[in-house]
Design a protein around this ligand. Structure first.
Ligand code: ZN
Length: 227
């Protein structure tokens, strides 16, 4: 029912949109339009579209750096919870993993810097200035969120890549899964203390999704040591 479909291939990277994403957007857009009027509806559509454009930039950064380092980029898919760059034949190297992982948050950090810089240059309460500040905040949020050192986020992959030369991939993966759990537990407690239970749920979801990190052929937990 919710298949993904290709919408183009900028820079030679096929971009796919999941049907669920379109349904999700249409539902929220329609609801805002009916409940809050066309002005709020258009504003919602603009912010939603901008946010996912920056998600796409994030995934493209992963994809282009991966391709540069010898991997094959299958496609980039946008779905309701974000984006995903599908890679194949990624060279088996911690350095390559680190570069690919860092590229996404770095792209958003650069975009945030450019947006905030331009907004400061305009230095007037115009619609363009407001849009630039919004773009800056969305990118800053994407960069920060993805840099959290917890699997399957990019920050978790960076931690594993940093540990791999000393511990080997297998042990580095197990240690970084435990670091993910501690970090997410701390974030969940902080979120509840701050009265933000929704953020605590996200932290729990990250632990569940990151319990079996991809990028390994074997199950990192049950796999024999040294296999
Ligand atoms: Zn990423």
């Amino acid at each position: 029912m919710f298949r993904s479909f290709a919408i183009g291939a900028p820079f030679g990277v096929c971009v796919r949109i999941q049907g669920l994403f379109v349904a999700f957007f249409a539902l929220l857009f329609g609801y805002t339009l009916v409940a809050d009027g066309w002005r709020d509806g258009l504003w919602f559509g603009f912010v939603f579209g901008a946010a996912f454009t920056f998600v796409w930039i994030h995934e493209m950064a992963h994809a282009l750096v991966a391709r540069r380092l010898g991997a094959t980029v299958v496609d980039v898919t946008i779905w309701p919870l974000g984006g995903m760059a599908r890679l194949e034949d990624v060279p088996d190297s911690a350095r390559v993993e680190a570069w690919i992982a860092a590229a996404g948050p770095a792209a958003n950090a650069i975009a945030a810097g450019v947006a905030f810089g331009l907004a400061a240059l305009i230095d007037a309460p115009t619609a363009l200035g407001g849009a630039l500040y919004l773009a800056g905040w969305i990118n800053a949020l994407l960069a920060t969120f993805n840099a959290v050192p917890a699997f399957p986020l990019d920050g978790g992959r960076l931690v594993r890549a940093a540990l791999t030369p000393r511990l080997g991939l297998h042990r580095a993966t197990i240690v970084s899964i435990w670091i993910s759990r501690v970090v997410c537990l701390a974030l969940a407690i902080a979120a509840v203390a701050a009265g933000l239970p929704f953020l605590a749920l996200i932290a729990v979801a990250i632990v569940v999704i990151g319990a079996r990190p991809d990028g390994l052929d074997d199950d990192p937990i049950s796999d024999d040591e040294g296999a």
